[in-house]
Design a protein around this ligand. Structure first.
Ligand code: SF4
Length: 675
């Protein structure tokens, strides 16, 4: 028996450390949290506690498969790797000759967010000259909005919330999606800190808060502007900090003069008195921290949410204090220790300017007839569940002239449309490194067991593709350790392998901005941004309503939150130890709206808009306010019980966000009726 150290690879900020027990036959017999991991401290979560059930699931794809049925039918025959690679190489070479290499697009997402898994393959695609995916489904908007105020995405280390006295969890369901931060918050509460949750849904985190504020979806910027109004009106500004470390304060003060609490309250649907109290307490109860993650970015003006939020701490001088400031993803700190170019080798593009395919608008790209894509390789992504306007994606994947390759562990809703399915390893079958975006750590992941069947890691997949294409560029064939060493030039690599975790350097005294030093050109917080104005955006934080807003035809705002404890995005829902233990998907509606619609608990409701229609049982709840309905995402098509291929993302908007190339999932409106 031996114990192997690893790190969770999921699209989750916690990046927990784990230990895998492997018997003398090479079988993993137990997985548990690594008690020596400084952040997760020995705890995993309900989904990953059952990870070995996923590894050894009888439903795993363990051999290459070729489609024998119609696209979407999910019927395949087993073939050899040689046959699979020969067919892929032949199709690619034909496409390159006839349409150019950028008629092929690799579509890679965060099914596994380890360094090699998500980035090593770019070497192959750069060398080929394939199309590039631009934007992102998640995370990029929050970063882009923050950068417009602070000059970089860097905030405080979230674990320093343990030192806070007033914590605002704004648009983040910490207890569900960032559970290992919660003990730090509880530590602060033990020292009399107060926790406020601001969210359009009464989440389990809201239930645990001292105070819950529930604005209408997408109206948060109005609330922030009214807070600024109170801070200015009542002379609660830290004038010394503002004078030294911000630019544009006078303009901002004039701008928020007519953003009275009552004006914002009317937009947000909350009490003006609550806005007054929130602003005063935020100024007075230092250290005050604002914690946010990515949920709020899924609006047309998601970038503006993060820009406005990031301006608040400077106004009250919160950055001066340990436990004060603005905490979001720590990726901007972690990126300091990762040499992305060494890993992805953009030099292999050799100056070619290849076509960009916007990740959130995949359906539109696949249906583009002017410059049609001819092949797509989908890695670590179940696009038929996780991408908005899913019906467009489905129509695209049904094209006879589109060659589709999927590398995955299971026949997902997406893999059913593949021409070739290639077997992928799980995290305990491949060596890699995970850089956390929730804590300042880099985690090592050793392969604990040999790959099952003929499964290969993402890096090995791309080495095989390179060989099949006859490429000879040496960088395409680097082994995993060579590539990882190049990617982490400042990390003590051997110590990382031995201990399983390394620290990411942080700010002196744990105070990144106590004395200013923001990454803007002026070194100050850009309360007013002339750079944004030059691009045609508002120079000052500005509330803007979305184009898709509730109307007479589609009167409800639809939210599609993560809700299940045993899922991670679309992973796990089909597994017997996970999906069946969750409450099946339903339409959540408040009692007043249900009564007006003539709906009772358990009735079947028809929820629809111009994009799609779902029929779901009604659940009457206090989690949503009037005018808002909610359907959890992450389930696969058959679990929503709709038409084949229909999921809740079939209803959601694929409208682009203001900045960052994101998508306005949560600016979706629907109508609801008895089915
Ligand atoms: S999914 Fe998140 S909370 Fe669960 S084990 Fe992985 S990193 Fe930890």
């Amino acid at each position: 028996m031996r114990i192997v150290l690893g790190t969770c690879h999921h699209d989750c900020p916690d990046s927990c450390g784990w230990q895998v027990s492997v018997d003398d036959e090479g079988v993993a017999t137990q997985m548990r949290g690594n008690p020596d991991h400084p952040y997760s401290q020995g705890e995993l979560c309900p989904k990953v506690n059952r990870f070995l059930g996923r590894v050894y699931s009888p439903e795993r794809v363990l051999y290459p498969l070729r489609r024998v049925g119609a696209k979407g039918e999910g019927r395949f025959e087993q073939i050899s790797w040689r046959e699979a690679l020969d067919e892929i190489a032949q199709r690619f070479q034909g496409i390159v000759a006839e349409h150019g290499a950028d008629a092929i697009v690799p579509y890679v997402s965060a099914g596994n967010q380890s360094l090699l898994a998500i980035m090593f393959g770019e070497r192959f695609w750069h060398h080929l000259g394939a199309a590039r995916v631009t934007g992102n489904l998640c995370g990029a908007v929050a970063a882009a909005g923050t950068v417009t105020a602070l000059g970089s995405g860097k905030g405080i280390d979230p674990s320093d919330l343990q030192h806070s006295k007033f914590i605002i969890l704004w648009g983040t369901n910490t207890r569900l999606t960032n559970r290992h931060l919660w003990p730090f918050i509880e530590q602060a509460r033990a020292n009399d800190a107060q926790v406020v949750v601001i969210d359009p849904i009464r989440t389990i985190t809201a239930e645990s808060a001292d105070w819950f504020i529930q604005p209408r979806p997408g109206t948060d910027v109005a609330l922030m502007l009214a807070m600024m109004h109170v801070l200015v009106r009542d002379a609660l500004i830290d004038t010394d900090y503002v004078q030294q470390h911000t630019e544009g304060f006078d303009d901002l003060a004039a701008h928020v003069a007519d953003w009275t609490p009552q004006r914002a309250a009317d937009i947000c649907g909350i009490d003006a008195a609550d806005i007054e109290t929130l602003a005063r307490r935020y100024a007075a109860e230092q250290p005050a921290a604002i914690r946010t993650l990515v949920g709020a970015e899924h609006h047309e003006h998601g970038g503006m949410f993060f820009r406005t939020l990031a301006c608040l701490p400077a106004l009250v001088g919160a950055w001066r204090h340990l436990g004060g400031g603005y905490a979001r993803s720590v990726s901007a700190w972690t990126n300091d220790v990762v040499d992305v170019d060494a890993l992805t080798r953009p030099d292999l593009l050799a100056g070619r300017n290849t076509r960009g395919v916007a990740m959130p608008q995949l359906g539109r790209a696949l249906l583009d007839t002017e410059a049609p894509l001819k092949a797509i390789v989908m890695i670590g992504v179940n696009a038929m569940v996780s991408v908005p306007e899913t019906e467009l994606v489905r129509q695209g994947l049904l094209r006879d002239d589109l060659f589709t390759v999927v590398h995955d562990q299971f026949i997902t809703d997406t893999a059913k449309y593949a021409d070739i399915v290639l077997p992928a390893t799980t995290q305990i079958e491949a060596t890699d490194v995970v850089t956390s975006w929730g804590s300042l750590h880099v985690g090592w992941n050793d392969a604990a067991i040999a790959p099952l069947g003929e499964a290969v890691s993402n890096s090995e997949l791309h080495r095989r593709l390179a060989a099949a294409m006859g490429f000879t560029e040496p960088a395409l064939f680097d082994d995993d350790i060579t590539a990882l060493r190049a990617a982490l030039p400042t990390i003590d690599f051997d110590a990382l392998r031995d201990s399983g975790v390394a620290d990411v350097p942080y700010a002196p005294n744990r105070l990144p901005y106590a004395n200013g030093g923001f990454a803007t050109p002026s070194g100050k917080v850009a309360l007013r941004s002339d750079a944004l104005a030059a691009l045609g955006f508002p120079a000052l934080p500005t509330y803007l309503a979305p184009h898709e807003a509730p109307s007479a035809e589609f009167p409800f705002a639809l939210l599609t939150p993560k809700q299940q404890t045993r899922f991670l995005n679309s992973s796990y829902s089909q597994l017997p130890q996970h999906g069946p233990l969750e409450t099946p998907p339903a339409l959540e509606v408040c009692a007043a709206d249900a009564a007006a619609l003539g709906l009772a608990e358990g009735d079947m409701a028809r929820v629809h808009n111009r994009r799609a229609e779902l029929r779901l049982p009604v659940r009457i709840t206090e989690r949503v306010r009037p005018g808002v309905v909610s359907v959890p995402w992450g389930w696969w098509s058959h679990q929503y019980g709709g038409a084949d291929g229909t999921v809740v993302n079939s209803l959601t908007s694929d409208a682009a966000t203001d900045w960052g190339g994101g998508v306005a999932f949560w600016d979706t409106t629907v109508a609801v009726a008895r089915a």
